[in-house]
Design a protein around this ligand. Structure first.
Ligand SMILES: [Zn+2]
Length: 208
């Protein structure tokens, strides 16, 4: 049995997906096509990959059972060269040099170049309250267009004690606004969501 590979960005934790999407966008804007090929990993799949090169034939592909993929805070990707996935190391180095992941709160592993993760690794994820093997996901509801009738802009303080607070970025992706004063556009459904998905914080102008 080969537990399936998950390539869905929606399966990533939003606190990782936000900076990752910004990094991906910048890489692509620089004219460097790349493709994501693995995101969230179940413990069964991690164990399956860990066995490769150890108790199962093949090359070693992972150094740990406790991968950031299990937290939804890691992603494997590959450059596209002539429309084909490439594992050429120089292509990875060129892209990491052109758009340094550390400028986005991300980090890479010297020994596993296709892998990019939230800075701080497993401990960093745990400090943010991210739990492994829980697929939080990061599907964002459609952004409602501003109403034509002008209404007062709601100003709220994002509750930092609830952890990260994300608002959808018009360019796609997410923006962490923890502890900031927010000026939410006067739209139906102007809401912000706690990153863990455990509690939803509704802005005063939220209507359903
Ligand atoms: Zn990886």
């Amino acid at each position: 049995m080969n537990p399936p590979q998950n390539r869905d960005l929606n399966a990533l934790h939003p606190l990782f997906r936000a900076p990752l999407e910004r990094w991906l966008a910048e890489v692509r804007a620089a004219g460097l096509p790349i493709r994501v090929y693995e995101t969230f990993r179940t413990p069964a799949r991690q164990a399956y990959l860990y066995a490769q090169g150890r108790t199962r034939p093949g090359a070693v592909v992972t150094y740990t059972l406790d991968s950031c993929h299990r937290y939804g805070t890691a992603c494997d990707w590959a450059p596209l060269i002539g429309g084909q996935l490439s594992w050429a190391l120089d292509a990875y180095e060129r892209i990491y040099k052109a758009v340094p992941p550390e400028h986005f709160g991300l980090e890479t592993l010297d020994f596993e170049r296709p892998h990019i993760q939230l800075a701080g690794g497993q401990q960093g994820a745990q400090r943010l309250g991210i739990v492994r093997d829980v697929l939080v996901g990061s599907v964002w509801p459609a952004i409602v267009q501003p109403a034509s009738v002008s209404r007062p802009v709601a100003v709220v303080t994002a509750p930092a004690h609830q952890g990260a607070v994300l608002v959808p970025d018009p360019a796609g992706g997410w923006r962490d606004v923890s502890g900031q004063r927010l000026e939410l556009p006067p739209t139906e459904g102007g809401y912000i969501l706690n990153a863990t998905g455990a509690s939803v914080y509704l802005a005063p102008n939220y209507k359903k």
